[in-house]
Design a protein around this ligand. Structure first.
Ligand code: BES
Ligand code: MN
Ligand code: ZN
Length: 511
């Protein structure tokens, strides 16, 4: 059920009051507590410093403590950390902590907005609060007979603020809902979320949320010569699909951004079969495609000033009797031939076609998201994405967007010197280097081959953060929807990166 979110100036102190969203009685209130205020004894109304201390509550960011209030109302202390060290991320986590602590209550209120330290953008905080409640209350219950559901139906945000704050709450809700769409897709098993089912879901969402979609079936894919996608699909009983998405802003247009997402609906490894243990979780190997699709569902709400295009290659990677053999050579959309020496390095093969297609449409920038390499997890762990690219300023733009949204990313290099490690004896290029060094960078170098000319491109390897091993902040165990917020933030603030040719053109026009 969608959660209703509404702004109110002040909450009626009496639980019998009618201060909640839509005039409903509020039955749980979250109040922000700064660590320095707790230290000096300056705790908000309804809290007892000694009680909070007895519960081990230190107002650490993301920490919460439930306190019984008057007439059965629940009051939740929400830790915000030091008041000189808060960001929108702090408030997203606090709201998520409230959603988790009060998941048995129906009508929630959160009182943090009026104490937002100076210098922080109040609408951005409001947006993060809405996102936090939607994401903290998320559960994947579709396949459980008697699921433990969140009971939350409404959120009343207490605070002064006009249209801008209310609009930010609405935007936060749309973004939260989009991230939930991505999580549902990642959590759905590969046996039912086939490429065909994924494409059908995309069509449903396009209709519902107002963006354009084109679904290429096997015949179209053959006609378009997407040899990477066809090669990976060869071992499967399921047909491949290639989904193209498009969205236009209603106002001014500041450029075109192409989003590419890896859509392997299940990765068995193919003939280079994975071990039982490493196959667990491979239903989520379409998290990149899910993030891109989910991003489109929030574009109408966010209204970024750019045209947005989406490219989703969809197939599973299976070891059927006609599967691509080790040593086979595939011809990618752009004519490049690839020797497949490990069928488990399949993501780069389907992305190659997608990046080539995206390049043909001549966007001002390309971003791809892919659960691409275990090596990226070895380097950065389970919670940090690797970011690579061919254009430093654009990679910085992506990093800044991710930082602003509290989605951790860290740069990895694409050393030109390493490119020769994927030279092939029989084809233009091979899909693995044959050694175990710098696997994330080698995969990135492979992808770079399919980005045309000097189109600024950034690659996010989300193998780690696409799936969570534990609940943490706004994240819940399982699919995270990582990347959706980063993409939306990037699109909203997109600046066309200067390319080598535009820089040259400027220099020319000056002289
Ligand atoms: N989908 C995997 C990468 C992955 C691993 C994602 C763990 C999430 C968690 C990818 O297709 C893959 O199998 N990569 C291989 C590449 C290797 C064969 C060069 C890997 O990382 O082992
Ligand atoms: Mn694989
Ligand atoms: Zn894969």
């Amino acid at each position: 059920m969608p959660i209703a979110i509404e702004l109110t100036r002040a909450l009626d102190p009496s639980p019998a009051g009618e201060a909640g969203a839509g005039g409903r009685t509020v039955d749980a209130v979250g109040r922000g507590v700064f660590a320095d205020d707790l230290e000096s004894g300056d705790v908000p109304d309804g809290f007892d410093k000694a009680f909070l201390a007895s519960q081990g509550f230190e107002a650490k960011p993301g920490q919460s403590c439930v306190v019984p209030g008057a007439d059965g109302r629940v009051v939740v202390a929400l830790g915000l950390g030091a008041s000189d060290d808060v960001s929108t991320t702090t408030y997203r986590k606090a709201a998520a902590a409230l959603a988790r602590a009060a998941q048995r209550q129906t009508h929630l209120a959160i009182d943090v907005l009026d104490a937002v330290p100076e210098g922080l953008d109040r609408p951005a905080v409001a947006q993060a609060v809405a996102e936090g409640v939607l994401l903290g209350s998320y559960r994947y219950t579709a396949l459980q007979s008697d699921p433990e559901r969140s009971h939350i139906e409404s959120l009343t945000v207490v605070g002064k603020g006009g249209k801008r704050v209310q609009a930010a709450l609405d935007r936060g809700r749309s973004i939260g809902e989009a991230v939930r769409v991505a999580r549902d897709l990642v959590n759905q098993p590969g046996g039912t979320l086939t490429p065909t089912a994924f494409a059908a879901r995309a069509e449903e969402l396009a209709e519902l949320k107002g963006f354009d979609i084109e679904v290429l079936d096997r015949a179209d894919i053959e006609e378009q010569q997407l040899g990477g996608l066809l090669g990976v699909n060869r071992g499967s009983a399921e047909e491949p699909r290639f989904v193209k998405l498009a969205w236009e802003p209603s106002g001014k247009v500041r450029g075109t951004v192409a989003l590419v997402g890896k859509g392997i609906t299940f990765d068995s490894g193919g003939l280079s079969l994975k071990t039982s243990d490493s196959m667990i979780g491979m239903k989520g190997d379409m998290a990149g495609a899910a993030a891109v699709l989910a991003t489109f569902t929030a574009l109408d709400a966010v209204q970024p000033p750019v045209r947005v295009l989406g490219y989703l290659p969809l197939t599973d990677n299976m070891p059927g009797s006609d599967a691509t053999r080790v040593g086979d050579v595939l011809r990618i959309r752009n004519g490049t031939t690839v020797e497949v020496l490990n069928t488990d390095a399949e993501g780069r093969l389907v992305l190659a076609d997608a990046l080539a297609l995206a390049s043909e449409d001549g966007p001002d920038a390309i971003v791809d998201l892919a659960t691409l390499t275990g090596a990226c997890m070895v380097a950065l762990g389970q919670k940090i994405a690797g970011v690579m690219g061919n254009h430093e300023a654009f990679v910085d733009q992506v990093r800044a967007a991710a930082d602003a949204q509290g989605e951790p990313v860290w740069p990895l290099p694409l050393p030109a010197e390493m490119r020769k490690s994927i030279d092939s004896d029989v084809a233009d290029i091979k899909n693995i280097s044959g050694n175990r060094w710098a696997g994330a960078s080698v995969a990135g170098l492979f992808l770079q081959e399919f980005v045309a000319g000097d189109i600024p491109w950034a690659h996010l390897d989300i193998a780690g953060p696409a799936d969570a091993a534990e609940d943490d902040g706004e994240t819940r165990k399982g699919g995270t929807g990582f990347g959706v917020r980063t993409l939306l933030h990037l699109l909203a603030g997109f600046r066309t990166p200067a390319t080598a040719s535009t820089t040259a053109a400027k220099a020319k026009s000056k002289s």
